[in-house]
Design a protein around this ligand. Sequence first.
Ligand SMILES: Cc1ncc(COP(=O)(O)O)c(C=O)c1O
Length: 322
Amino acid sequence: MREAMFAAPLGDDVFGDDPVVLQLQAHTAELLGTEAALFVPSGTMANQIALRAHTQPGDEVIIGAGAHVWRYESGALAALAGVQTQVAGTGGMFSAADVRACWRPVDPYSAPTRVVAVENTHNSAGGRVWDPAELRAVAEAAHALGMTTHLDGARLWNAAVASHRTERELATGFDSISVCLSKGLGAPVGSLICGSAAFIAKCHRFRKMYGGGMRQVGFLAAAGLHALDHHRARLAEDHANARGLAEVLASSPKLRIDLSSVQTNIVMIDLVSGSAADLVATAKSRDVLVTASGPQRIRVVTHLDVSRDQVMQAAKTIAELA
Ligand SMILES: Cc1ncc(COP(=O)(O)O)c(C=O)c1O
């Protein structure tokens, strides 16, 4: 990846003439089956620009419980797009019936329900994967009610591997899709918004407004292209490692793990006693890096920089500390 970055020819992407950025955008659009794509610095910016482009201030966005766009994007939907959210279903996933139940006809008392935003895989639900048929049904229900659809696909690559579908199949029915090159794909930075040419043109203007225009950025796009070409298929290893870790830790009487939720590279672990922050700090002193995802919940993510042996060693350390 570093060699690809060093070798990248550079242009100026604010002028739209960085050759590797153009290549990355075309390649990602092709993978997702959309007309166009736009390179942005982060997944947060990709989601926020897309949802801003779908809405007007005062509109409402339907989301799943714990959605990243609501929980971890610093209030940007309210602050930047001026929209409110309504939660459909429970646990992050929802159905077409839930979409219909959330929708309200236009009246002077209600915020127009304008967009349905789905997260696949769902981060705070432990990397859960949407059932492809449910995904399609939700998008169809949204369109039937005149709404648009956004897919937060920061980890769509993991969803594709886990559900044995192409990214393009999982993106069908969505008017916009955000994908990340960092996270499991291992690029240092970068995300893309994918959609129709007209939608991406609209996003381009908001990218400028949100300060996301980058200039000689082809070296980062080169990292992204390398990640797309070399690191997608291997995500299955991360999934198997997460499963292995979860199965070992599930046998500890001090820990609670819902094994049915371990579907990709994320494992959520609840402590029977003690604080997650303390465990995270002690684990760090033993070279095991995990995060707290609640007062008694820790979140473990497997990725390309940790081998099977290291993951199993980490499992042993976590069990001892618990
Ligand atoms: C589902 C999801 N969407 C969006 C993001 C935001 O990505 P970034 O950290 O690049 O802003 C994340 C980050 O973890 C995520 O998990």
